[in-house]
Design a protein around this ligand. Structure first.
Ligand SMILES: [Fe+2]
Length: 284
């Protein structure tokens, strides 16, 4: 803490020792660097806001086209982030996981697939083959963003790969499947089981957790499954699931069915000034 009168002493010293050229130079450089840093910060903030707005627009387009998918991807993002945080993944990877979760099913909106996905009847083998193209179609839609978010297309195209290599489209095995897809795959399956869809009834939290356990080392990354089944993660997921299942009074925006959406308000990581917990280090 400065002693009383010390500022006055400093001012007197300055008057007695006018700044030499070198002093002025360093101050000028300091001010210029500060200005540049400030401008850089402003530019970065603008870029972050623009990117957040782009993603938000894309998400709105998904919800407007298909309210059910819009609500599903938000729930999947919530579960995926709980699991990703429990795995100690760093903040950048968590951002990526959130993006992959939110856009993993964008390929379902493809004109060739929408009717199939909205048909409640049993799929023919040909329709089933068409459905299996949605990860690739999703990656193609997101391709213009790949220069900025390289994990996005790779994560989306791989979200139906399986740990044992029997998934699609490429039959990737084990850790060759991006971490984003491995996390999202568990969250996606969990939501598909616990949430009623046109073609299936909702099953309980316990049933869904059992199904995830059954898929350990066949469908899913065994380490992530073990983590998913730990009591702290289970209680967070269950709490998120219960709050997501509270149907909102506000009408949905689905033009197809006008159904209410049950999607949690998740703190989107790509929204500026909404960053979550700090990084803890592991990146796969
Ligand atoms: Fe999918």
């Amino acid at each position: 803490m400065p002693r009383p009168g010390s500022l006055a002493i400093d001012a007197r010293m300055l008057l007695a020792n006018p700044l030499c050229m070198r002093g002025i130079e360093s101050i000028t450089i300091g001010v210029a660097a500060g200005g540049l840093l400030y401008r850089e910060h402003q530019k970065r903030t603008l870029a972050e806001r623009l990117s957040a707005a782009t993603f938000e627009t894309l998400l709105n387009a998904i919800s407007a086209n298909d309210g059910e998918t819009g609500a599903h991807v938000r729930r999947v993002a919530t579960y995926a982030l709980i699991l990703g945080e429990a795995a100690g993944l760093d903040e950048g990877t968590l951002h990526g996981i959130e993006r992959v979760a939110l856009f993993h099913d964008i390929g379902k909106l493809h004109g060739a697939l929408t009717d199939i996905f909205h048909d409640a009847s049993k799929l023919s083998p040909e329709e089933r083959r068409a459905v299996r193209t949605h990860p690739q179609r999703g990656a193609e839609v997101l391709e213009p963003l790949s220069a900025f978010y390289p994990e996005l297309g790779k994560g989306v195209v791989s979200h139906h790969e399986r740990w044992d290599g029997t998934g699609y489209p490429r039959g990737l095995k084990g850790k060759r499947i991006p971490i984003h897809s491995r996390v999202v795959s568990i969250a996606d399956s969990f939501d598909a089981i616990t949430h009623r869809r046109r073609y299936s009834h909702a099953r309980s939290f316990r049933d869904a957790s059992r199904a995830i356990a059954d898929g350990r080392a066949t469908q899913f990354d065994p380490e992530l499954v073990d983590l998913f089944l730990t009591p702290p993660v289970q209680s967070k997921i269950e709490r998120a699931m219960r709050s997501a299942h509270v149907v909102r009074k506000k009408p949905g925006i689905s033009r197809r069915h006008g159904e209410n959406q049950s999607a949690p308000d998740i703190p989107f990581r790509w929204r500026p000034r909404s960053r979550g917990s700090s990084a803890r280090g592991r990146q796969s």
